[in-house]
Ligand binder design. Structure first.
Ligand code: HEM
Length: 440
């Protein structure tokens, strides 16, 4: 069978430019009820999968018939072969190394850092202030991920450097994800020069920290210490690569999810109110701890729904290593395949009224008949995101700290979704109103 072709194919370039520049516009041309569609990268067909069964086949049953594909290859050109970007034995080896640092049992060690960063963020606001929350959430994610991951062995001056260079470095890396040629970042534009300089600075900072940990023999309990301690045989360069990969994987994704959570709460005052009521009941005004997270049922449903509507890793790439049959479609070897979590999560048969923000669709009695592979914000199978518990805890802690003290109202122009390259609201200007002195 020949699958439907997405609208908007241009001569020579096919859909490639639109995928880089306006990916959501391209995806909105896909019918989420088509299991598989085709878009063209130049003259070559690329396959876009939106069906739960095919996603399960690609991620789990036939996982060994695919490698990581275009998006991860683009990241590998900058951060090397790592747990995020490698295949085969190297992937298994790196994943074994990284996974314990993100294990559920380690999260309580990181939670105080998350809570103090969340507190510092929301405690400085003034009643009625208008805030660029997109920038502030970015800072929050960088702060938490860098403080839990790499900065224990770095002096204050270097931490300041790190904070300065990390955002442009990561923005540059993530921007290159949809550049199949890998050449764009070498064009000497001022923007590229800034990005490449920032990447070199971040690497140098991590390299200093690795050297310090090696010579001092200290173990700060952070992820970098773990990589140095347990990564027998890894060179300093490889440890730097792993740390960079975790920073890429862990910051932009969380900022994206938090941005949508805040945006949709400003759009749905009743959802915001239910989050606040639950926080008041469970926490009675005290700061959240990691032990409270499982008690916040409504917050969990709300955030589950956010990751359904706007999954940060909305497009997951693979490439066939051999001919693979996907449903009625035979995909030849060496073809790019993308599982589109954005369309997968909007299938009508699994999510009635799929565009509606409805946290209660995750009430146990309503969600019980949902097939497991219908909802895959963290993917599944051997590449399933190892940072899911970290991300959940970080998001819960921030949203709790914020909603306990503040009421949020949208300000500024209407918001449109952008995909740069995780899904983000176009801006997030918000007015914060204090919920009362008793909670300060
Ligand atoms: C809301 C936050 C997050 C979301 C939605 C998310 C989602 C994903 C997705 C969809 C993948 C691709 C899996 C695949 O190729 O099949 C992935 C991989 C990965 N993520 Fe996350 N992620 C998040 C946060 C994090 C954090 C906080 C970390 C670490 C600090 C992290 C580390 C990784 C790593 C190392 C991989 C590669 C796993 C492998 O290939 O074995 N992620 N993530």
């Amino acid at each position: 069978m020949t699958p439907p072709v997405l609208p908007g194919r241009l001569p020579l370039v096919g859909h490639a430019l639109t995928l880089v520049r306006r990916p959501l516009e391209l995806m909105s041309g896909a019918d989420p009820d088509d299991d598989i569609a085709v878009l063209y990268g130049g003259w070559q067909p690329w396959y876009l999968v939106s069906s739960p069964e095919l996603a399960q086949q690609i991620f789990v049953e036939d996982a060994r018939k695919f490698d990581r594909g275009m998006i991860f290859e683009a990241v590998a050109r900058i951060v090397g072969k790592t747990s995020l970007t490698a295949d085969g034995d190297l992937h298994r080896q790196r994943r074994r190394l990284v996974q314990p640092t993100l294990d559920r049992r380690r999260i309580p060690e990181y939670a105080p850092t998350m809570a103090s960063a969340a507190h510092d963020l929301v405690a400085s606001w003034r009643d009625g202030e208008r805030l660029p929350l997109d920038d502030l959430l970015n800072d929050f994610s960088f702060e938490v991920v860098t403080r839990t991951l790499v900065t224990a062995g770095i002096d204050e001056a270097r931490v300041a450097d790190f904070k300065r260079y990390l955002p442009p470095a990561l923005a540059g890396i993530t921007k290159s994800m949809y550049d199949p040629t890998g050449l764009m970042r070498h064009i000497p534009t001022p923007d590229n020069r800034r990005t490449n300089h920032a990447i070199r600075q971040v690497r140098a900072t991590i390299a200093d920290a690795v050297a310090y940990l090696r010579t001092s023999g200290e173990d700060h309990g952070d992820m970098l210490s773990t990589l140095v301690r347990d990564g027998h045989g890894l060179s300093d360069q490889e440890i730097c690569d792993e740390a960079m990969a975790l920073l890429v994987a862990g910051t932009e994704t969380i900022t994206s999810a938090l941005s949508w959570a805040i945006h949709l709460m400003t759009e749905s005052p009743e959802v915001q109110q239910r989050v606040q009521v639950e926080l008041d009941e469970v926490l009675s005004g005290r700061p959240i701890t990691v032990g409270d997270v499982p008690k916040l049922d409504y917050l969990r449903r709300m955030f589950t729904e956010i990751l359904r509507l706007y999954p940060p890793g909305w497009l997951v790439s693979r490439r066939t290593l051999t001919e693979v049959r996907l449903g009625d479609v035979v995909v030849p070897a060496r073809r790019p395949v993308f599982v589109c979590l954005y369309t997968l999560h909007r299938r009508k048969e699994n999510f009635p009224d799929p565009d509606r923000f409805d946290p209660d669709r995750w009430l146990p009695e309503r969600a019980k008949s949902l097939p497991r592979e219908a909802y895959l914000p963290f993917s599944t199978g051997m590449h399933r995101c190892p940072g899911d518990h970290f991300a959940w805890t970080m998001a819960s802690v921030l949203l709790a700290a914020l909603c306990q003290r503040w009421h949020l109202t949208a300000a500024g122009d209407p918001i449109t979704p952008t995909a740069a390259p995780t899904l983000r609201p176009s801006h997030l200007d918000v007015i914060v109103t204090s919920r009362g002195a008793d909670r300060d």
